[in-house]
Design a protein around this ligand. Sequence first.
Ligand code: NAP
Length: 290
Amino acid sequence: MPRGPFVDYLPGIPIEAGIGDPPMSGLWSGLPDRRSLDDVNINGRTIFIPGATSGIGLALALALHDKGNTVIVGGRRTELLEQIAADHPDLGTFRIDTTDPDDITTTAKAVIAQWPDLDMLIPMAGIMRAEDWTRSGFAAGAQQVVETNLLGPIRLIDAFVDHLRSRSAATILTVSSGLAFAPLKVTPTYNATKAAIHLLSESIRLQLADTSIEVVELEPPSVATDLMPGQRESTFAMPLDEFIAEVIELLETQPDATEIQVERVKFLRYGEARGDYDQVVSVLNESDPH
Ligand SMILES: NC(=O)c1ccc[n+]([C@@H]2O[C@H](COP(=O)([O-])OP(=O)(O)OC[C@H]3O[C@@H](n4cnc5c(N)ncnc54)[C@H](OP(=O)(O)O)[C@@H]3O)[C@@H](O)[C@H]2O)c1
């Protein structure tokens, strides 16, 4: 019998066991039933979204607020925070730079002190940069992308996890991308950080399985925002209002989903599983305006 791919890594399992054999199946039975974990519900929550002064974060904040949640938005641009506070006095606003560890620590304490019911964190802040890896000079920009898109969420989760664990039901909604699953040629570091967020989400979901914290991953396709120059006008990008409406519908109708996938992201998300990954990468890069 051929050796299964994981056999060498599982002590005590006969070397000839295959993935569907009883000893392997026995391992799966010890894993938590995902449906039995706390479901995400989006009514009456208290939600902090660092990275919501514009784009997906702001639109999601407003939609979640409309659904009866208390929402606090964060970001660096104080003029936008002031405008949001003026337009939506019910929303909380906090200036935060998620690349600054001290700022994250200070802001987390202040947000928790002001909203002790906080039970949902959405580390939304992200940047996307075109890079040329064919010649030297890309490292400094790449570092900023890693600090914002990967270290930012890691530090935010670190700052909030103890508080979230103290709640009877809490949610961390990470934000990856369809580009976590198929590479856009011009943005190597961005793609890598989003792939990291995907596997980080998968990993910490396992660690937090016995706690009150549910980990859910939002996987947007290309959405018309100002994330990259020209993206708002791109015909390839999904209109922001349509994206948010579909996300809210998914959160409401699939409360036990671990990945929030609008229809348009499945082309990227499942290329490898479908077996058409090479075509997906080719179509993605041919249609990219950058
Ligand atoms: N649009 C898409 O096609 C798409 C697709 C997949 C995933 N995403 C992800 O969705 C998230 C939101 O992007 P978007 O499309 O809505 O772009 P956006 O309009 O540019 O929004 C990015 C948000 O992140 C905040 N931000 C960036 N750096 C920050 C920092 N150091 N500290 C605090 N906040 C920071 C920005 O606020 P300030 O500038 O005020 O700080 C802004 O509110 C990102 O994580 C992005 O990777 C977007």
